[in-house]
Write a protein that binds this ligand. Structure first.
Ligand code: HAM
Length: 424
């Protein structure tokens, strides 16, 4: 027997039957984000490896062990493990800061595949998809709060209510070094009790110990100093203002003084949205993000602040309530009755399609029952009966497959009725 091939471990096919859910999600992203002035940006899947090492961080799990990296000639490139670095790279490369005025930042969103060589499990893949937003040029705490408000509107529009927003501040380049040293001093006598990875983290960047998944380490680290106690005055003021604005928007949230996030570029506000829903398995983070005020400069641009988040699309889809993806994929299934109906139905299909309808017509003569049985499979909204009698009278039976109601209409009536609310 010939060898059968399977999708690479950690990757998945998205089959036609699932696509309606994906499109519903994508449509909701476009609709909601547009209301807040976000515009789409598309960057390449491949970037210089160094871009991620510089931004996500040499010491981060992502760069240390999860990137798909390969050499071509003397270039080292990687499949993007995330997209903030790429968007900021594009922002600097194309001098997009020229579009910014005080109070009016650039607002971008993106959707697409990311690649991380992690151990696959429920809710965790090696090729996964993110929806993300990046706001460049807004130092104001109101930017953090408004973006969080958009995020809640978006999750509400998807019907994902079972969720928790967790907020923290990780300080900035001024106050973090002091925290890092306080943490290092606390860890030092406990080093022998920590795992090997944590010992390396201690030397490179002690804040990364909070990424550790070893339970004993996690328990021990619960006694560690917290970054929130080491904020400088400006970072504290910023965080207080964010909290006030978030409260003013009425956004429920919890502060977790221990949350640091696994990417190095964050400064000040960081946040995650988690869900306790069992459909996510062990992966409870739906999305994460924060402020990255030093990143544009780090990549050779002017000192322009940034703020954003990214959500895992597979995880959002796992939480999407049933019935949220009701958009049908076909407007009219033509049911051809008898030889004459069959002959006429091809021409009918062509005319209806020319009017913009999505039409499926059988390619061979079949009994009526067999044709109607396909209605669900093709996702049809209406069945249109085309037979000798209908052709003679010029009036056709049009059955609404959702309500079961059937009417008799002339050809132009089909276009009117089936064209209404066809929700693409
Ligand atoms: P992140 O926390 O690394 O942040 O990823 C964001 C989200 O992507 C996670 O909360 C999760 O839903 C999803 N995700 C991550 N890894 C996987 C995986 N292996 N399988 C399935 N889903 C996954 C970032 O990527 C930042 N760039 C977010 C950001 C944007 N910060 C500022 N702007």
């Amino acid at each position: 027997m010939e060898k059968q091939y399977r999708a690479v471990r950690g990757t998945r096919d998205i089959l036609p039957g699932e696509v309606a859910r994906w499109r519903f999600l994508e449509r909701t992203v476009r609709e909601v984000f547009a209301r807040y002035g976000f515009r789409e940006i598309r960057t390449p899947l491949l970037e210089a490896t160094e871009l991620f090492a510089r931004t996500v961080g040499e010491g981060s799990d992502i760069v240390r062990k999860e990137m798909y990296t390969f050499a071509r000639g003397d270039e080292s490139v990687s499949l993007r493990p995330e997209n903030t670095a790429s968007v900021v790279r594009a922002f600097v490369e194309h001098a997009l800061h020229r579009g910014i005025a005080a109070g009016f930042p650039e607002r971008y969103f993106y959707m697409g595949p990311m690649f991380r060589h992690e151990r696959p499990q429920k809710g965790r893949q090696r090729q996964f998809h993110q929806i993300g937003v990046e706001v460049l040029g807004a130092p104001e705490p109101l930017c953090d709060a408004e973006t969080l408000e958009m995020l809640c509107t978006f999750l509400d529009a998807l019907g994902i209510g079972e969720r928790e927003l967790v907020l923290n501040s990780v300080g900035d380049a001024r106050c973090r070094p002091e925290f890092r040293e306080a943490l290092r001093a606390w860890i030092e006598p406990r080093l022998p009790k920590l795992c090997e990875d944590c010992r390396r983290r201690y030397a490179e960047n002690p804040m990364r110990v909070f990424d550790c998944k070893v339970e004993e380490d996690q328990a021990l680290l619960r006694g560690a100093p917290v970054v929130a106690d080491h904020l400088c005055g400006e970072c504290r003021d910023h965080f207080d203002a964010v909290r006030r604005a978030v409260d003013a928007y009425g956004i429920p949230h919890r502060i977790d003084a221990r949350m640091v996030r696994g990417l190095d570029y964050y400064q000040r506000t960081v946040f995650e949205v988690t869900s306790s829903s069992s459909s996510l398995g062990a992966q409870n983070a739906i999305l994460g993000g924060g402020r990255y005020d030093g990143l544009v400069e780090e990549l050779g641009g002017p000192p322009i602040p940034g703020f954003g988040f990214a959500a895992g699309m597979e995880r959002l889809l796992m939480l999407l309530p049933e019935g949220r993806n009701e958009a049908k994929e076909c407007d009219v299934l033509i049911v051809a009755l008898g030889a004459e109906g069959f002959r006429a139905s091809v021409g009918m299909a062509r005319r209806l399609r020319a009017s913009g309808l999505r039409v499926v017509v059988p390619l061979s003569e079949r009994p009526m029952g067999a044709q109607l049985k396909r209605a669900d499979k093709v996702g049809a909204r209406f069945a249109l009966f085309v037979g000798e009698a209908e052709l003679a009278s010029g009036r056709f039976g049009l059955k609404n497959l959702t309500t079961g109601e059937q009417v008799e209409v002339e050809e132009h009536g089909i276009v009117t009725l089936a064209g209404e609310g066809h929700g693409r």
